[in-house]
Write a protein that binds this ligand. Structure first.
Ligand code: ADP
Ligand code: MG
Length: 242
């Protein structure tokens, strides 16, 4: 279980997060909020890539600072920017990531085949990443995030820039991951997570507004038909189309 204890993050004088406390059990969580709300900052803190200015992140009750590499070995993370190596083939990129993750040598090849299959990229595995479409790049990013079957999967805007068909495909892949894992998916596009998230975490200007099931959120905020309308009620604007 992942537990955030009163997390704050300041960038110089800019407060990006404050008083963020959350408990995440196994399941799929949508982290929903407009651009600049603090989603990526929160995900980078959860994955240990940046340090909070205050507060703690606990995994099964242990501070991740103390868990160190043990914690990193249970995380799968797909960052928002596609920092992919254009000259690498998909397979070589996955092999490189598998090494970084410390996946045992004897398992690497089978594991790469498994994740390629999972994102339906087996055919394109030997092509250079530079030749991939946006959707294919996202799928390879998701493939590396699930290498080694991590217990905690963090996907930062995995559907950004994708066409509607690819969106659905990515959504379905994510929903199949559910089970004995904590899965956190950020987006500013309601339809990406509404059908698959057990709970939605609403984030605005660095603060968590609420965390609940879609149904409960809709009834709590009164008379709204679905998450889309709720989003507009809370964030006061139509979501930008990604
Ligand atoms: P989101 O992912 O929801 O769009 P971010 O976490 O990227 O939000 O950003 C939250 C806030 O923190 C924004 O106001 C952003 O401008 C600011 N911010 C993010 N990263 C930095 C940084 N490295 N230095 C200064 N400000 C930052
Ligand atoms: Mg972001």
């Amino acid at each position: 279980m992942l537990c955030l204890n009163n997390i704050a993050k300041k960038y110089k004088d800019k407060i990006a997060l404050e008083h963020v406390s959350l408990e995440l059990d196994n399941g799929i969580y949508g982290l929903l909020g407009p651009n600049g709300a603090g989603k990526s900052t929160l995900m980078n803190i959860i994955t240990g890539n940046i340090k909070p200015s205050d507060g703690q992140v606990l995994w099964d009750g242990h501070d991740i600072k103390i868990l160190g590499s043990k914690y990193r070995s249970i995380i799968g993370y797909a960052p928002q920017q596609q920092g992919l190596y254009d000259t690498f083939t998909g397979k070589r990129f996955l092999s490189y990531m598998a090494t970084l993750k410390g996946i045992p040598k004897k398992d690497v090849s089978r594991e790469i085949d498994r994740v390629l299959e999972y994102v339906n990229m087996t055919e394109a595995a030997d092509r250079a990443i530079g030749t991939y479409s946006g959707g294919m790049k996202q799928r390879i990013l998701i493939a590396q995030a699930v290498l080694g079957n991590p217990k905690l999967i963090v996907l930062d805007e995995p559907t950004v820039g994708l066409d509607p068909k690819e969106r659905v495909r990515i959504r379905e892949r994510i929903s199949e991951l559910a089970g004995d894992k904590v899965i956190l998916v950020s987006t500013h596009v309601v339809s990406d997570i509404e059908p698959i998230a057990g709970e939605v975490i609403l984030i605005k200007s660095g603060s968590i507004i609420d965390k609940d099931t879609v149904g409960n959120l809709c009834s709590k905020y009164g008379n709204v038909n679905g998450l889309e309308e709720l989003y507009m009620t809370i964030f006061g604007e139509a979501k930008p189309d990604a």
